[in-house]
Design a protein. Structure first.
Length: 96
């Protein structure tokens, strides 16, 4: 979740630094990025970026492991959300 005071859609961190330094030195560059929360490793997003790169460069790279890790991450996040909901539900029972 992006906080309201954080820039949306900006390129920050090392990715932004590399593009900025390259531009300042007259070096052409490109940045392919996948959408993530910014707080967790996102193998599904990495696989999507890899797929675009493979299509652009006519490469064949097996992204099966990334896709499997993405599914595992989704299951872990679902469990965390379910646990959080159950905890919140238990905390509010004394009010009723």
């Amino acid at each position: 979740m992006i906080s309201p005071d954080e820039p949306g859609g900006g390129i920050i961190g090392a990715a932004g630094l590399m593009l900025g330094l390259g531009s300042a030195r007259g070096i052409d560059g490109i940045c392919l990025m996948g959408e993530t929360s910014g707080y967790l490793v996102d193998p599904k997003s990495a696989a999507a970026v890899l797929n675009v790169l493979c299509n652009l460069l006519d490469l064949n790279v097996d992204a099966t492991t990334l896709q499997q890790r993405g599914i595992e991450m989704e299951h872990m996040i679902e469990k965390l959300v379910d646990t959080q909901r159950a905890t919140e539900s238990d905390e509010l029972r004394y009010i009723v």
